[in-house]
Design a protein around this ligand. Structure first.
Ligand SMILES: Nc1ncnc2c1ncn2[C@@H]1O[C@H](COP(=O)(O)OP(=O)(O)O)[C@@H](O)[C@H]1O
Ligand SMILES: [Mg+2]
Length: 246
């Protein structure tokens, strides 16, 4: 479970809030989609809920553990797939996975099994002996996904995970997301691609200019707008309602 209470963030030298008094609860057992156009504040929000950035105000908690008060305990419960798969270029992929396994205290047998499972699923198993610097963007992303699952975290947070993945890997990723939610774990992902959210998430939030403009199910979104169009048209309508005056 992930809880954000009134978090705000303004970057230095910026006049506007990147995230503005945002509150959200993501429950166990659901796939939660975080939708919004580029620059809406998705990545900033995710960095605050994973403890990478500290909010100016408000609080974030994971499984009831406050991230500012108990950062290690909270981070231990989160697997994080960043939107930017820049990794230690000189490490071999296998070394990186071992490093992550050490940090999270995953024993060697479990480590081996999970690496075999996920690296196999995403088609990078034969590449693990190679150095990360030689990997394509997509392979780095698959490596980050594999690493994020190594500790079998209760909460899985993915920032624009479909970008750069080939169709086969994207399909595999969606299957893992469904399986984890089905097993009672929390899956939170951001996207600006509406079709992905439409098919995948149990609930969704739409963010525009740092503020939540909708939270609920797709059915609720459709009925609240009195329309039967695609999520994309509803999304554009909602984001449009925010106006250009800001
Ligand atoms: N490191 C940064 N320094 C200054 N401004 C930033 C930085 N990162 C993001 N921003 C600004 O904050 C706003 C939200 O960005 P971001 O959270 O990356 O949105 P999204 O992930 O939805 O595209 C944008 O206006 C963006 O330009
Ligand atoms: Mg982003």
């Amino acid at each position: 479970m992930i809880e954000l209470r009134g978090i705000s963030k303004t970057y230095a030298k910026s006049a506007v809030k990147a995230v503005d008094d945002l509150s959200l609860t993501v429950r166990d057992g659901e796939i939660f989609g975080f939708l919004g156009p580029n620059g809406a504040g998705k990545t900033t929000t995710i960095k605050m809920l994973t403890g990478v950035l500290r909010p100016d105000s408000g609080s974030a908690a994971v499984d009831g553990i406050d991230i500012a008060a108990s950062p290690l305990e909270a981070k231990r419960r989160v697997g994080y797939v960043t939107d930017n798969p820049e990794l230690f270029a000189r490490l071999k992929a296998a070394e990186y996975l071992n490093f992550v396994g050490d940090v999270y205290g995953v024993d060697s047998g479990t480590r081996r099994d999970r690496v075999a499972e996920y690296a196999g699923l995403f088609g990078i198993r034969d590449a693990l002996g190679g150095s990360i610097g030689s990997f394509s963007h997509g392979m780095k992303q698959k490596l980050i996904v594999t690493a994020s699952l190594l500790p079998d975290p209760q909460n899985w947070v993915l920032d624009e995970p479909m970008v750069g993945l080939d169709p086969k890997a994207a399909f595999a990723l969606k299957e893992v997301m469904r399986a984890r939610a089905g097993a009672g774990k929390t899956v939170f992902f951001s996207t600006h691609v509406m079709e992905v959210a439409e098919r995948l998430c149990d609930r969704l939030a739409i963010i525009s200019k740092g503020r939540i403009v909708f939270v609920g199910t797709l059915a609720e979104l459709k009925s609240s707008r009195g329309a039967d169009g695609s999520l994309e048209s509803l999304f554009l309508e909602l984001v449009d309602d925010q106006g250009e005056g800001a």
